[in-house]
Design a protein around this ligand. Structure first.
Ligand SMILES: [Zn+2]
Length: 57
């Protein structure tokens, strides 16, 4: 499981309907809609995902 960086939902990497590779990392999304949001502003969402690792694991 990984987190959809756009809406914050947990997504199963095996069944995720959409994914994007960005800067060497793969991001998974709950829907193609969230993927579109990410692609419009990848910098914002990728950064958010990277700093969001402190509270939980
Ligand atoms: Zn989503």
């Amino acid at each position: 499981m990984t987190k959809d960086p756009v809406c914050g939902m947990m997504v199963d990497v095996k069944t995720a309907p959409a994914k994007v590779e960005y800067k060497g990392r793969t991001f998974y999304f709950c829907s193609t809609g969230c993927k579109s949001f990410f692609q419009e502003n990848p910098e914002k969402y990728a950064k958010d995902e990277m700093t969001g690792h402190q509270g939980h694991h």
